[in-house]
Design a protein around this ligand. Structure first.
Ligand code: DQA
Length: 150
């Protein structure tokens, strides 16, 4: 099983962004943690991060034909602005789980709307870097039970 882990703009700066929202772990540290979880679950991970909306849109489109079974995505600021990323997720029809380190529901008004979440099977928000682990576990469980019911 192949899972694509996507991170949007400014998440390469984790570790130096506001710790009260985003914690202190860096993106490479989060990716190492996820590799350990993936080894336990027996799934393959591919990581990508981009600050560019079109690059994220292109990667979702490429996932349609490259054998990607599921997507863990933190679209970061594009969560609240990107109709293009939302449309890509809708067209791809690949099960995706949206992650936010911070509790977007308790922050600025403009962060309360996620354009991308309706195209995902679920959303994990406010649990810090551990949220990526819960997203991966939830996604794999979803994909396994979907396969069993096929
Ligand atoms: C974020 C929340 C977004 O509102 C913000 O723009 C980010 C990170 C999070 O993980 O909490 O860059 O997606």
């Amino acid at each position: 099983m192949k899972i694509l882990v996507m991170n949007g703009p400014n998440l390469q700066l984790l570790g130096r962004r506001k710790a009260e929202f985003y914690g202190t772990r860096t993106l490479p540290e989060i990716e190492t943690m996820l590799q350990n979880v993936a080894a336990e679950l027996g799934v393959d991970l591919e990581f990508m991060q981009s600050n560019h909306e079109g690059v994220l849109v292109d990667r979702v489109a490429a996932a349609i034909t490259d054998g990607t079974d599921g997507i863990v995505i933190n679209p970061a600021a594009y969560t609240h602005t990107s109709i293009a990323l939302r449309d890509a997720l809708e067209a791809a029809r690949i099960p995706a789980v949206e992650v936010h380190l911070s509790n977007v529901a308790s922050r600025d008004e403009f962060r309360k709307l996620s354009l991308t979440a309706p195209m995902c099977i679920g959303q994990i928000t406010g649990l810090g870097a551990d949220g990526y682990e819960w997203a991966l576990r939830a996604l794999v469980r979803y994909l396994v039970s979907k396969k069993m019911n096929e």
